[in-house]
Design a protein around this ligand. Structure first.
Ligand code: ARG
Length: 261
């Protein structure tokens, strides 16, 4: 009887101790204690394979080229990352309002953006394609009278505005590139401007779409954006440089873009 009582008592004590351990572990993984200042909030727009997208096979995890770069750098610098997914158009405002420590989203540094954020060195470059389901659209001239879709707040939106100076078509903006593709498939939009690597991902999965290069555009690089005068810019640049020199970046390019450099 007494022995039984003692062993139950013992089991309860063990259970309580184990419980405490579990609670403690959870708190530290949430960034409590001294790991608190080590956490960085990274914002992205996960509508952009292979840069960043939601992997349904991995339970909705956000994965991609940018995510690997960010994780690699954060890991080397001893930061923990929290990823926030939002519309592309909300990324710079997220930095401005202090809701994000940095943005990685295949974002191209341009003068307008540089007024509110600082950029790292560029880590990849792309060119622009016109994507369409309409087989009669084979050149920019064929866009006459059609609707051309672009992502809101993107440099593709700017490219469309430039084209409007010489051509006559409607420009429609969407929050997500995935919406553009959906609407092209359902004939609500005739064509869209999408950068090459991203376009190829969608072309692969949607055989009814085709593409051609948008002429007279410069290649657009991608860089990481930080709040103005953030110390992170320099820290990240050093790591990016190492990644370029030691082959890590090339390996990631091969992994996500399938091209050997
Ligand atoms: N490179 C283009 C820009 O900076 C498009 C980037 C879109 N990125 C995204 N994750 N949707 O405007």
């Amino acid at each position: 009887m007494i022995r039984n009582f003692l062993s139950i008592y013992f089991i309860i004590i063990i259970a309580i101790l184990a419980g405490c351990g579990a609670v403690e572990e959870k708190a530290s993984s949430l960034g409590a204690g001294d790991s608190d200042n080590q956490k960085l909030v990274m914002a992205t727009s996960a509508d952009y394979p292979p840069y960043e997208f939601v992997d349904t096979k991995k339970g909705g995890e956000i994965v991609g080229f940018d995510i690997d770069i960010a994780n690699h750098i954060a890991n080397n610098l001893g930061y923990e990352l929290e990823i926030k997914d939002m519309d592309f158009n909300g990324l710079i405002p997220a930095i401005d309002s202090g809701k994000a420590d940095f943005v990685i989203a295949g974002m191209t540094p341009n003068e307008e953006r540089k007024k509110s954020v600082d950029f790292s060195d560029e880590y990849y470059a792309a060119q622009q394609l016109i994507v369409t389901k309409d087989k009669t659209i084979k050149s920019v001239e064929d866009l006459e009278g059609k609707t051309l879709g672009v992502q809101l707040g993107s440099i593709q939106e700017k490219e469309a505005d430039k084209l409007l100076k010489e051509h006559n078509f409607d420009v429609v903006q969407r929050n997500k590139v995935t919406e553009l593709v959906q609407e092209m498939k359902s004939n609500r939009i005739d064509a869209g401007i999408i950068e090459d690597a991203v376009a190829y991902e969608f072309l692969m999965k949607n055989k009814e779409l085709s593409s051609f290069v948008l002429p007279n555009t410069e290649t657009a690089g991608s860089a990481i954006a930080f709040p103005k005068d953030s110390e992170l810019t320099e820290e990240f640049n050093k790591e990016l440089k190492k990644m370029k020199e030691d082959g890590t970046l090339d390996k990631l390019i091969e992994k996500w873009f399938g091209v050997k450099k």
